[in-house]
Design a protein around this ligand. Sequence first.
Ligand SMILES: [Zn+2]
Length: 142
Amino acid sequence: MGYFIHTMPNTPKSWAMLHCKCPRCRRGDMFKGGVYRFGSNKILDRCPHCNLYYEIEPGYFYAAMYVSYALNVAEAVTIALLTFIITQNKTSPWLYLSTIIIGCIVLSPINFRYSRVMLLYWLSPKIHYQAQLDTDDQAGNV
Ligand SMILES: [Zn+2]
């Protein structure tokens, strides 16, 4: 895309996903407040920058449960492996169960966010990144 000489450098997709930015403009936040502020871990209705309506269909975020489930499974496996590497324990299932359960509780706010981020970035063919919205000025109603 080097021939767009006058455009701003685009926000990298990985950076935007990591910081939970809007999938369309990569500028506006998707969530209110910090990850570990319980009670305020809520997805915004619309992107504050480009006004994209995040829940593109009624009940759209039910699909995020499947993403969240996949994340949980991956985390449980990782936690179990780490527990084994650290403790070398081969006999106590309770050790593994408790570290997995504690780990999943600690990680649940992260799962909540990133399951929605992944859903909107990877599993939503209707939402495309629009580089012209990736600017400092407010694009307003588009
Ligand atoms: Zn946006």
